[in-house]
Design a protein around this ligand. Sequence first.
Ligand SMILES: NC(=O)c1ccc[n+]([C@@H]2O[C@H](COP(=O)([O-])OP(=O)(O)OC[C@H]3O[C@@H](n4cnc5c(N)ncnc54)[C@H](O)[C@@H]3O)[C@@H](O)[C@H]2O)c1
Ligand SMILES: CC(C)[C@H](C(=O)O)[C@@H](O)C(=O)O
Ligand SMILES: [Mg+2]
Length: 357
Amino acid sequence: MYKIAVLPGDGIGPEIVPEAVKVLEVVGRRTGIEFQFTEALVGGAAIDARGQALPPETLDLCRQSDAVLLGAVGGPKWDALPPEERPETAALLPLRKELGLYANLRPAYLFEPLAEASPLKREIVAGTDLIIVRELTGGLYFGPKKREKAGAGEVAYDTMLYSTAEIERIARLAFEIASSRRCHLTSVDKANVLTSSRLWRDTVDGLKGEFPEVTLEHMYVDNCAMQLVRRPAQFDVIVTENTFGDILSDQASVLTGSIGMLPSASIGGQVALYEPVHGSAPDIAGQQKANPLATILSAAMMLKYSFKMDQAAAAVEAAVGRVLAKGYRTADIYVPGTSLVGTAEMGALVRRELQEG
Ligand SMILES: NC(=O)c1ccc[n+]([C@@H]2O[C@H](COP(=O)([O-])OP(=O)(O)OC[C@H]3O[C@@H](n4cnc5c(N)ncnc54)[C@H](O)[C@@H]3O)[C@@H](O)[C@H]2O)c1
Ligand SMILES: CC(C)[C@H](C(=O)O)[C@@H](O)C(=O)O
Ligand SMILES: [Mg+2]
């Protein structure tokens, strides 16, 4: 039996997360493995109900679970709060930090039927199958920061701070992942300007000898942003700093048709956390327009990484592929000639394929 903490959060979270939970229920029935789901409050929903973005009982539940499934947090309702009380900084970042989730894996894979859904030409996106290994508990997000009065105005700073140990553990994981894939690792930094990037580059270089089968290249982040939309097929595994990885993964999502397609796994601690790359999408919340596939594919990553159920994970991915091949699309990936469906309908279609497959 596996215990799964379910944190729907805000905006479209309560619409997409149940679709992934129901997919896991089908997997449970088919494999005979019991999943026990317990829901908890996080983000704006927790601020409203408990006055705290990350209530202690939510953190305890996560710690006592075998895996965490999260929707998204934040939205305009809580935007006026001071930075330290916002759902993003008071719930999501501490949750990742508390659980020790230093590695965030963000695969960007193009399901072939979606080549038409990308605004980029088919010839450009063809062959997109990369994974961004984003450092998640250090860097610019977590270094010393301050905002204070200075003369007539104010000054503010954030610090991109890394230790050798922090870089080594994320880089080693990225080398290992590259080694299990197409053996090409791109380390992305801004070493022409940033001191922390110099340490990043030197540390990554220091691990090269342990992975002779992997070809390592270094790339500046600005060039990487350009190369991603020029020739994405050149990438296999990208390892990078927290903020760079955040930005590059949203960009990579466009290659796959939509940000509604990108799953993620945050690993490194006792309990891993799975969430779509996108946010709470307030502009479409409550309308059954959200694409649940990123969350369903995040659940597939849970099966693979937390429960070592590789076959079941592949079955979920294949079911998603078949639904897309049959022409069903949520609004974000819709093109004329395909069949427009809502959030719950898309979830039900994946489950039907899974049951039949
Ligand atoms: N992990 C998280 O919890 C997380 C991640 C990113 C942003 N956020 C928060 O979410 C809020 C909104 O942020 P934003 O608008 O910059 O980013 P967003 O990812 O929520 O939305 C960006 C755009 O993508 C669309 N989109 C996102 N997910 C989609 C889906 N599943 N299906 C279809 N369309 C989808 C939205 O409708 C919107 O047009 C903010 O408060 C932000 O801080 C949270
Ligand atoms: C909401 C925000 C703090 C978060 C991040 O930057 O990590 C989000 O953008 C993400 O990509 O998960
Ligand atoms: Mg982001």
